[in-house]
Design a protein around this ligand. Structure first.
Ligand code: ARG
Length: 485
């Protein structure tokens, strides 16, 4: 991949564009700084493989419809293939003078195959060409991101499978609320990632529509076959309106929205790991595989990985915002503003991918749950108070009345430095005659968790069922992705 640095700012790259880049209408040359300003080659080189594939399909269609001969088609297709090889070898390094990847490829093609190269752009424009390239690129990236989501979900399920009986404090308002199974907590993230997986699948359908053949904005007088190129490029559908085809970036906004939600989810888990690894919580210990030290404080082990994920979320939200603003109020059809879609899309893609990879490693081998500490944590609080109220309610005491009674009990316990389990049966019965010795089992963390056996609750049976469902979903997801290949 070329670094932006090579293309921007360096005096070497301020080559004047040749007047021949444009039609004979131009006699002068572009100001070198404007040439640099105008060019997108420093970043749209990332589209090269898709550009070549799109152009090969276009050449095939031109022959299929009799616009060029089969011999010309073969020359164009093999010339484009040679550029692919040059690029993969690292020998294709177009400079600023060629403006963008589309012009750079056409120029090189003509050098390689001669004048026939100049026929490639018949019945096409860079406007439908760039739209085709981005869609091919995003389609591919969505598949890769969905695969990564699957890997992350797998690690979550693996951790959850080992943690069904590990009880942790559950929080609301970051205050101890009720004890829960650690597996239940981890599976909440599995569910978020499943929605992300499905959302990307839904967006894929709208990415997978061909704009090719819409040309500059209005279609073409040539007898092209847009369905033929769509079929060659495995697009599911073809844009029905040429203006919409070249100016639509809804699918990219949708993608960045889905990417933002992935980062919302990852950053929430990241934040929990940061909290959990603090001395105050001490629920997890970071392994040396994923933790970093301080250059001054020798005792420190820092959660840089989740912190970076939390921070990188901002970049992706920014890209979404950027694209929304680029599109807002843009008149039909193509405008050069649209060139600004690429960097947000590319960086959005790579940020999501690197964050997913890092979080998968972190959850797989970067943290160790301090199970003993977790076990202790849930015995030293009042997170079983609801269960005392539920106990009375089960015996016919109206819930609100039971709730008030338990509130009083908690208050006296706090005043006397006791926990609920420390109260004698006499003390319980003084609160309400319905208390029996079984109150002590009812308020053990294990029983408190097990009792929440309502559908989707943290009860161990529910969690075991949820794990089975999660495994089935993972298998179904894999099947769906495999079918696409
Ligand atoms: N580099 C341009 C982009 O990324 C390609 C399309 C340019 N079309 C044009 N008519 N200037 O949007």
């Amino acid at each position: 991949m070329f670094s932006t640095h090579n293309f921007q700012g360096s005096p070497l790259t301020h080559q004047p564009s040749s007047p021949q880049t444009w039609s004979q209408r131009f006699t002068g040359t572009l100001h070198p700084a404007i040439a640099t300003f105008n060019a997108s080659i420093s970043f749209d080189i990332a589209l090269i493989e898709y550009d070549l594939t799109g152009s090969q399909a276009h050449a095939q269609m031109l022959a299929h419809t009799g616009i060029i001969t089969d011999g010309e088609r073969d020359q164009l297709i093999s010339g484009l293939e040679s550029i692919r090889h040059e690029y993969r070898r690292g020998d294709f390094c177009p400079g600023i003078a060629l403006e963008d990847i589309h012009l750079a490829v056409e120029k090189r093609l003509t050098e390689l195959v001669g004048d026939v190269g100049k026929k490639l752009h018949t019945a096409r424009s860079r406007n439908d060409q760039v739209g085709t390239d981005i869609r091919l690129y995003l389609r591919h990236q969505i598949d890769e991101i969905r695969q990564q989501l699957g890997q992350f979900q797998t690690v979550l399920v693996e951790q959850a499978e080992q943690s069904v009986e590990t009880i942790i404090p559950g929080y609301t308002h970051l205050q101890r609320a009720q004890p829960i199974s650690l597996a239940h907590h981890l599976l909440a993230y599995f569910e978020m990632m499943q929605r992300d997986w499905e959302r990307l699948g839904d967006i894929y359908r709208r990415v997978n529509v061909s704009p090719l053949g819409a040309c500059a904005l209005a279609g073409t007088p040539f007898p092209i076959d847009r369905h033929y190129t769509a079929q060659l490029l495995e697009f599911q559908d073809v844009y029905g309106n040429s203006l919409d085809a070249v100016s639509d970036r809804d699918f990219a906004i949708e993608f960045l929205c889905a990417a933002s939600l992935i980062l919302v989810h990852l950053s929430r888990l990241a934040e929990e790991i940061i909290l959990w690894s603090s001395q105050e919580f001490h629920f997890v210990t970071l392994t040396d595989r994923c933790a970093t030290g301080s250059s001054i404080m020798p005792q420190k082990k820092n959660p840089d990985v989740p912190e970076l994920v939390r921070g990188k979320a901002g970049r992706v939200f920014g890209h979404l915002q950027a694209l929304l603003v680029i599109m807002k109020g843009l008149p039909l059809a193509y405008n050069k503003d649209l060139q600004e879609d690429k960097e947000p899309i590319f960086d959005g893609v790579s940020t999501v991918k690197t964050c997913l990879e890092a979080m998968t490693i972190l959850m797989g081998e970067g943290i160790v749950f301090n199970r003993e500490r977790l076990g202790m944590a849930v015995t030293e609080d009042f997170s079983n108070a609801t269960d005392v109220a539920d106990y009375l309610a089960n015996k016919g005491v109206p819930f609100r009345e039971a709730y008030n009674l338990v509130g009083q009990v908690v208050r006296t316990c706090i005043a006397s430095g006791k926990l609920l389990k420390d109260l004698t049966l006499e003390e319980w019965q003084a609160v309400h005659p319905q208390f029996d010795p079984d109150i002590y089992t009812a308020i053990t963390p294990r029983q408190v968790v097990a009792a929440r056996n309502s559908y989707g609750g943290t009860g161990f049976n529910q969690v075991r069922q949820a794990l089975i469902t999660a495994r089935t979903r993972l298998a179904d997801n894999n099947q769906t992705l495999l079918k696409r290949k």
